[in-house]
Ligand binder design. Structure first.
Ligand SMILES: Cc1ncc(COP(=O)(O)O)c(C=O)c1O
Length: 438
């Protein structure tokens, strides 16, 4: 039996007083006190990190399984990235002019991901999606986009529809409603979003056929290591888009970390456009979007199209130099190492839970792993709603007390400084927490 929630919360509070103090005092200046990791309540304030470890203000040491929302793949402060940044810092930081890193990283991306023939850079994944959506509308002349229920594509208005709708507003399984996530999203925006169900080819076929004259693009979030979606499904969706004249956009902002050439390489699809972010910045804010020449060339300012993706800090040298070093460091050999670790982690977690009375589904794609606390398969957003919330929090607090920063065991990622010993230590800690040993 896992310790009770009240016991764990008391132990956690005792271990993290300075974080709690910072959080309380921050409430005067920021809505909600802080931005990140509020789920820990109070959030943990980190002061430094190295390799796969982080230290909080109370000087507790943690193994980092979050890696800044899946962004960091080589651990903290990888040598090549630090050297690249150091060089830029002493040579002017940023100029309102093109820089040589832009061409170098663009070339790297186009070689690494063959579906991308041309690429543009932004400051976040959200901006990459924002520009991609507009580009798809401009290229196709059609007004709507389609996305999957539960799919996440950043925080632009068009994308913040049906990410986590309440079930009473979400409509039927086969034809989900388009539900705005937040106040302030215009109904006219929501009316231009068509929502599709994951893992239901028949329903997707029907909805796309009915709306093909209005849908500019389908945005696809692979939900790698989160939902159980066979590769055949994404191949079906991509094929259907081709058949119906709809642009197929693979959102690889997160999933570039699951394979050297991204999820599209694993699944064997050739998207028209791809969005990128996270690891492409090597720790600096970044986004990128790219794909087929005939679509991307609408961004070519010399050809007189009225399209832009500009921004004061877009394609700045710090981001691109750090990103290039990070991407070059994330070699196929590194990915193979991460897969070995990820496989060991997922199998080990399954073994620990199978010896307990906690129902769990371990979802795993190479180096991203989630433990969903439900007895039923997790094939779409609605399946995830059934998990045991209190047990999730108890496990999270228990693992934090063991020095494992693994956010509710969702989308846990490994990084290259980790070894099999790091995985085995985590599994030992999980065993201890699940069976309350000590
Ligand atoms: C699939 C996907 N798309 C887009 C985004 C948005 O990226 P950013 O947070 O850089 O705006 C995210 C962020 O988590 C993501 O996971």
């Amino acid at each position: 039996m896992v310790k009770s929630l009240s016991t764990l919360e008391a132990l956690f509070a005792k271990k993290t007083p300075k974080s709690a103090e910072l959080y309380e005092s921050g409430k005067e200046f920021m809505p909600g006190g802080a931005m990140k990791s509020l789920g820990y309540n109070p959030p943990l304030y980190m002061t430094r990190a190295a390799d796969c470890y982080m230290w909080d203000v109370d000087d507790n040491k943690y193994v980092d399984w979050i890696n800044n929302a899946c962004a960091m793949i080589l651990g903290h402060s990888p040598k090549g990235v630090v050297e690249a940044l150091d060089n830029i810092v002493h040579n002017g930081i940023v100029f309102g002019a093109p820089n040589n890193f832009e061409k170098a990283i663009a070339e790297h991306i186009t070689k690494r991901i063959p579906s991308i023939e041309r690429v543009r850079f932004t400051n976040s994944g959200t901006e990459a999606l924002m520009n991609t959506i507009r580009l798809c509308r401009a290229y196709s002349g059609k007004p709507k986009i389609a996305k999957f229920e539960g799919g996440f594509h950043g925080t632009t208005d068009d994308a913040e529809v049906s990410i986590a709708p309440s079930i009473d507003t979400a409509g039927s399984d086969e034809a989900p409603n388009a539900v705005p996530e937040y106040l302030g999203i215009n109904q006219s925006t929501v009316d231009n979003v068509v929502v599709l169900p994951y893992n239901d080819s028949e329903a997707v076929d029907l909805i796309l056929r009915e709306n093909k004259d209005d849908i500019a693009a389908v945005l696809y979030d692979p939900k790698a290591g989160n939902y159980d979606i066979p590769h055949e499904f994404v191949r079906f969706v991509a094929g259907k888009c081709k058949e119906l004249g709809i642009i197929f956009v693979m959102d690889e902002v997160k999933s570039l970390r699951v394979a050297y050439g991204g999820y599209q390489e694993l699944a064997g699809v050739d998207p028209d456009l791809t969005t990128l972010g996270k690891l492409v910045g090597g720790g600096m804010p970044v986004g990128a979007f790219g794909g087929k020449k005939e679509i991307m060339d609408m961004m070519d300012q010399t050809k007189g199209y009225k399209m832009s993706s500009g921004g004061t800090y877009s394609a700045n040298p710090m981001t691109l130099a750090a990103g290039l070093a990070h991407m070059e460091g994330a070699t196929p050999e590194v990915y193979a190492h991460l897969k070995t670790l990820g496989d060991r982690l997922a199998k080990g977690m399954g073994d620990v839970f199978s010896n307990s009375d906690i129902p769990v589904q371990i979802l795993h794609r190479d180096n991203i792993t989630s433990a969903h606390l439900t007895p039923d398969p997790v094939r779409n957003y609605r399946d995830i709603l059934k998990f045991d919330k209190e047990m999730r929090r108890r496990l999270m607090l228990g693992m934090l007390l063991e020095g494992q920063y693994a956010r509710e065991l969702q989308e846990m990622t490994v990084s290259s400084p980790m070894t099999t010993a790091t995985i085995d230590d985590f599994l030992g800690a999980l065993e201890k927490v699940v069976h309350d040993k000590g």
